[in-house]
Design a protein around this ligand. Structure first.
Ligand code: F6R
Length: 366
């Protein structure tokens, strides 16, 4: 039921604080600083000893994998590759017996992801499913897996499941580092930050009025350019996908580092742009890009850490300020204004965000 909400999409965007709690429930013990993922318990040793982790998915699920890739690599010291499932099959991507292949899919039924699963199965590697649908084909056809526990997503655009998949992958990264003294400090820092995240997402949802004002400015435009780097890159891909999907507004998400390799030519006064700037190892480079864009007359909306306001306010009239969290979790906050922007541009353009997801009948087969 959508209760007092006008659409399922906005309901699900606003449910995200609860989503993080639900994903973590019974899995994270904050007092003992530990993570348990029951679905992986029999295979975790094999995963830790693997040669490589390959993550496959489509659309938003692919973006969630990109969002967590850096952390999984950092915590596991394993090479991690992320691919769009259809492209991986098209090019007959290499898979070895000692690889672990993870399939991320909200529905667990997406044809391209299933086709990649069938392809990987023939290579004899360990298959892991991350889905939000108990009994779905992906959850049944993989060797082990993690249920996202985000609750049913009815709005046709994935919102809360992005956050659930991202959080599950963060927990997976933490689990891979367990028992390694060198990773313990980072592990504890991430876990403590995760605990604060539901309240911080609620705070971030308060950016809605500001997002509505920006949506007014974007509603009659024909394109939007979004850029970020590092931990936040996945979110501009996701923000652009949401604008295309629900608002039918063309948007492109690029790596800020690619700006000087062509897209800078697009920067002219009036081109709607959004940049994410966070206080992490990419900060100086992102600031440099902000300076280049504004020097050419660009007027970007900037999503940034709250404490960066004094450094960024002279470059933008539209700062969307985020609560402070650790670098690898910032994406779970910065995605919120991107979802709200897409939703409000869509509403102002009169697009139907009421459409609901078709639920495959076999999703409920156990
Ligand atoms: C975007 C969206 C799609 C799905 C994609 C994969 O809002 O919903 O991009 O993410 O079709 O679907 P699943 O995750 O069910 O495999």
């Amino acid at each position: 039921m959508k209760g007092d909400y006008p659409t399922f999409m906005i309901k699900e965007i606003k449910e995200q604080p609860e989503t993080i709690v639900n994903v973590s429930r019974g899995r994270v013990n904050y007092d003992e600083s530990s993570v348990v993922l029951g679905g992986l318990s029999k295979h975790i040793g094999e995963i830790k000893r693997s040669r490589r982790i390959v993550i496959l998915g489509c659309g938003t699920s692919y973006h969630a994998a990109i969002a967590a890739r850096q952390l999984i690599e950092e915590m596991s010291d394993l090479p991690v590759t992320v691919d769009v499932a259809s492209d991986f099959v098209d090019r007959s991507g290499a898979i070895y017996r000692d690889d672990v292949v993870i399939f991320v899919s909200q529905s667990g039924e997406t044809a391209d992801t299933l086709s990649a699963l069938n392809y990987a199965k023939k290579r004899g590697c360990l298959l892991v499913g991350i889905t939000n649908t108990v009994g779905s084909t992906i959850s049944r056809e993989t060797d082990c897996g993690i249920h996202c526990n985000a609750g049913q997503e009815i709005g046709v655009a994935s919102t809360k499941t992005f956050s659930a998949q991202f959080t599950v992958l963060v927990l997976f990264a933490l689990l891979l580092s367990e028992g390694r003294f060198s990773k313990r400090k980072r592990y504890t820092e991430i876990l403590q930050s995760l605990k604060k995240l539901p309240a911080q997402i609620s705070e971030t949802l308060e950016l809605e009025d500001q997002c509505k004002k920006i949506a007014e400015l974007w509603k009659d435009k024909t394109s939007v350019l979004m850029m970020a780097r590092g931990y936040n890159f996945a979110n501009v891909l996701e923000g652009a996908l949401k604008l295309k999907e629900v608002a039918n507004l063309f948007a492109e998400g690029i790596l800020t580092g690619e700006l000087k390799h062509g897209p800078l030519a697009l920067v002219e006064h009036g081109l709607p742009m959004l940049m994410i700037v966070c206080d992490d190892n990419t900060f100086d480079k992102c600031m440099n890009a902000v300076q280049q864009v504004t020097a050419r007359g660009g007027n970007p909306v900037i999503i940034c850490d709250r404490h960066l306001k004094p450094k960024l306010e002279k470059f933008s009239q539209h700062l969307l300020l985020l609560p402070e969290t650790t670098d690898c979790l910032k994406g779970l906050l910065s995605v919120v204004p991107l979802q709200l922007l897409a939703y409000h541009v869509a509403t102002l353009r009169g697009h139907n965000v009421i459409a609901t997801r078709l639920i495959p009948l076999n999703c409920f087969r156990l």
